[in-house]
Unconditional design. Structure first.
Length: 163
């Protein structure tokens, strides 16, 4: 299992249900990594998607304890146990955790790789990712050159779980 996330310098990932910053190259990177794969997310992340529609050309799995939440276009799991049973039929290399905060926290221990878009800025944030630089079991393995969009600098990083 892998995770993919865009963070600011404080490892913030969202504010009031939205991404902190939309960067076209990051959206393209996300699409390239996850297309044809299984994406795992929480209900709030799913509801933040454009038109609240599943991500195209991917198997969408939503982890939610909310019994009122229903959608025939996606797979809904009500517990981690149910999620892991559903995931058995997929190659672990094809599984991507895409948020939000609580889903990342629950599933990060099962991830072997995290793809991070690090935005060289600090935004108001109310949702955060675990700071992998301060986590001894995670090691930075790849770092792209700095890129920029609309005067915002960012890099693509890859972390490997050493634990």
């Amino acid at each position: 299992m892998k995770a993919i996330v865009a963070v600011d310098l404080d490892w913030g990932i969202g504010y009031k249900g939205n991404l902190l910053q939309r960067i076209p190259a990051d959206m393209k990177y996300f699409r390239e990594k996850t297309i044809g794969k299984v994406v795992i997310m929480g209900r709030e992340t799913f509801e933040s998607l454009p038109r609240k529609e599943p991500l195209k050309d991917r198997i969408n799995i939503v982890l939610s304890r909310d019994e009122q939440f229903k959608n025939e276009k996606i797979i809904i799991c009500r517990s981690l146990e149910e999620l892991f049973l559903k995931l058995e039929k997929y190659d672990s290399e094809d599984l991507f955790v895409i948020g939000g905060e609580s889903v990342y926290i629950q599933l990060l221990p099962y991830c072997t790789v995290v793809y991070v878009t690090k935005i060289e800025n600090i935004y108001p944030a109310d949702k955060f990712f675990i700071n992998l630089d301060q986590h001894e079991s995670w090691k930075l393995s790849e770092l792209s050159d700095a890129q920029s969009y609309d005067a915002i600098s960012y890099r693509f990083l890859k972390y490997l779980n050493q634990g």
